[in-house]
Write a protein that binds this ligand. Sequence first.
Ligand code: HEM
Length: 425
Amino acid sequence: MNLDVFDPEFIRCPFPAYDQLRKTGAAAYVSEGKGFWLVTGHEHVREVIGDVETFSSQSGPLATTVPSDAALARIAELTPPGGLRGRVNTLLTLDPPGHTRNRKLISRAFTPSSVKRYEDLTRQICRELIDRWADGEEIDFVAEFAVPLPVRVIAAALDVSDDRIDDFKRWSDASVSGIGADLSDDEVVDAYQQMVELADFTQAQIERKRAAGPAEDIMSVLVHARLDQADQAALGDQAAAQLTDDEIHSIVRQLLVAGNETTTNLLTQSMVLLHGRRDWWTKMQADPTVIPAVVEEALRCTSPSAVNQRACTRDINFHGAEMSEGDIVLVGYLAADHDPGVFPNPESFDPERNNLGDLLAFGRGIHYCPGASLARMEARVAFEELTAALDSYSIPDENELEWNSSFQLRAIRRLKCIPVTKRRR
Ligand code: HEM
């Protein structure tokens, strides 16, 4: 099928194309770039992500951008002796048994009590950001709320000091810049430069945390996590008991990729959804206990990690689609969350749906998002604070929103927003 996944119109509104693809079969071959299969039905997406032996996560990057020789030469000049740290597969890009070991080692960083630890900070950041706005004065909701909130929370979790937050944001942007997007040579080289800086910073953090001994922040947990003997025996003798420095570098990069842009996008798109639903804004103000359901429905509507990647480990006929070993298979979480067979009237925003537990926005199975509770907490607290502070808001250019150029992590770049009335807390 000839679908241009970089077409700005497809990125802005992929739903008609997804509907068409779902009707034509379980997987459509999209001949863009190197070519790949796109899976759009809820049941078929679940089948792919549930069969980790046939559909591997060790698929390598999707070649959406192929840098020129000149860009590669500039990258080689920037590369430190010994290469860029963290060029190893971990979590998102790893299959069992290595993946099982990784998940066990990071699990302590994402327990309910560790998420709870960041709730007060999240609320404090929300209040601080909202307090800077003036009644009737236009803000960019993305730059002035949806970006700084998750960046500052994850920065705290990685124990990044306040004076490095701007650097940290730059590195975070660079980590996601190439995902599902077509970059120029200059952009590729710039992103690489940022990765070199992030690697230097992360190495210093690792050494600092190692010297300081165990603590509760995520960075410290990663540095000091150790498999117990039972896990090590179950995983085999070769399972190293601790994460290596390179594995920590790789995981830190993934936390930035998987955690920041996605949460930013959830918050931003939720504001757009809720702008059309004044009734739900009022309900949230009257009864904040409805906010978790609003967040779940916003997750279903927006599925910010829209498309994720697998690679076939063998030839397979997948419900009529003849896939070959090595083929890239893209699982459409956004498409699945809009499958009308599972979510009737998928384009309508309805927090009272009775099957929101079926949403796939956080994936499912062994790669299920470990940051889901953290993201849900951030979104819940954000809307508790936003609805407490703002009577309403307007979005002047709702019909001309500017989207980024990624079909995998599609996101609104700027959201002009006018807080109409501020209420006192
Ligand atoms: C609304 C926000 C978020 C969304 C929609 C989201 C979505 C996802 C999805 C769909 C996956 C599975 C990918 C796959 O199947 O290949 C995933 C994995 C992951 N997420 Fe999230 N995520 C969010 C927030 C976060 C946060 C806040 C963090 C951490 C701070 C995080 C860390 C991760 C990591 C490390 C993985 C890899 C897990 C593995 O492969 O075992 N995510 N996320």
